[in-house]
Design a protein around this ligand. Structure first.
Ligand code: NAP
Length: 307
């Protein structure tokens, strides 16, 4: 019987692990298929307090991992597939094994959203990706495009200017959703050409199945045209990772887990942290804060059980 199992090893899960480990609870962190969460595939993080020069996302995550491990957190790469809350314990299926724990912290984060166009799955890794940090360097001196208008799209577009000959930023409106500082950097960058009021309607691949172009539609005039690009970077937001908890934990209409009070879910002993429940802020620091709260609530819950 574990005292604390943490699902997810992004900023929220690792912060929860640091706090739970420092409370001598020896938490078990189930890292899943994307260890480190979204920060592991991002570039420079400039807004995490304490790093005036910024810090690389993967480095920040690695530091948190080491910090949690130093205090006794344990890690497993298992993927959680099922969950059964019982009165006095929680059962959780990790890969093929059922584990039992007194408390569970769900910090499973969110995954990149895709456009839902034909052949999308086949093209992932063949000129279609959601991670500029991972794949940007493969596209040197060729034109690429980024789809989206938020901070992620802005960040990806700026990062890609290091490699690509030209970066088109395709956004469905005429104004970026990104924060002003990021939007200004994008609009002031000569290598980035925004294409406003436009959506991608088709991916076009060659006979080897590699992306060569996209079909674009102007949402006002409905005019269509082709744009030659060697890679499409999709950055249109994220969906919460709740598959294992569907129908068992409360969600809002978009699938984000509902937190009742502080980090509590509707089941005693189950706590929630990070982007899996955050449709508003979605920042590394807010994820870290909620991970801290979840671990403190779990610790209080365990203390109350003992007395
Ligand atoms: P986001 O802020 O939700 O932006 C998503 C963008 O994609 C929006 O511009 C949206 O258009 C567009 N979009 C959504 N669905 C679309 C579709 N089906 N087709 C075409 N376009 C679509 O997501 P995000 O950029 O991933 O950012 C998420 C959060 O992380 C935000 O809170 C952001 O501030 C934060 N973040 C911060 C940083 C940073 O501070 N450096 C970096 C990355 C992310 P509309 O604008 O028309 O809705």
């Amino acid at each position: 019987m574990e005292k604390v199992i943490i699902v997810g090893s992004g900023c929220a899960g690792l912060t929860a692990a640091i706090y739970a480990a420092r409370s001598n609870l020896s938490p078990l962190v189930l890292e899943g298929s994307h260890p480190g969460g979204q920060l592991a595939t991002t570039t420079l993080v400039e807004n995490f307090p304490g790093f005036p020069e910024g810090i690389d996302g993967p480095q920040l995550i690695m530091n948190m991992h080491m910090q949690a491990e130093k205090f006794g957190a344990r890690f497993a790469y298992s993927e959680v597939t099922d969950f059964e809350p019982k009165e006095d314990r929680i059962r959780i299926k990790a890969d093929d094994e059922w584990l039992e724990t007194r408390t569970l912290i769900v910090a499973s984060g969110a995954s990149a959203r895709w456009l839902g166009l034909e052949n999308e799955e086949k093209l992932i890794g063949h000129g279609l990706t959601s991670c500029a940090t991972c794949d940007g360097a493969f596209y040197r001196n060729v034109p690429v495009c980024v789809v989206g208008g938020g901070d992620s799209a802005a960040e990806e577009a700026l990062f890609l200017t290091r490699f690509a000959s030209k970066v088109y930023l395709i956004h469905r409106r005429d104004r970026l959703r990104a924060s002003k500082i990021m939007a200004d950097r994008v609009t002031n960058c000569e290598q980035i050409e925004p294409i406003w009021n436009t959506v991608v309607t088709q991916y076009i691949a060659d006979e080897r199945g590699e992306m060569t172009a996209v079909k674009l539609r102007d949402v006002n005039t409905l005019e269509e045209r082709l744009l030659d690009v060697a890679c499409v970077f999709v950055a249109i937001g994220h969906d919460p990772n709740t598959k294992a908890f569907q129908g068992k934990l409360e969600t809002d209409p978009d699938g984000y887990l509902l937190v009742r009070h502080l980090a509590e879910s509707k089941h005693p002993g189950v706590f929630i942290a990070g982007d899996v429940a955050d449709r508003v802020y979605k920042q590394a620091i807010t994820a870290a804060g909620s991970g801290c709260a979840a671990a403190m609530e779990a610790e209080r819950y365990l203390s109350a059980l003992e007395h």
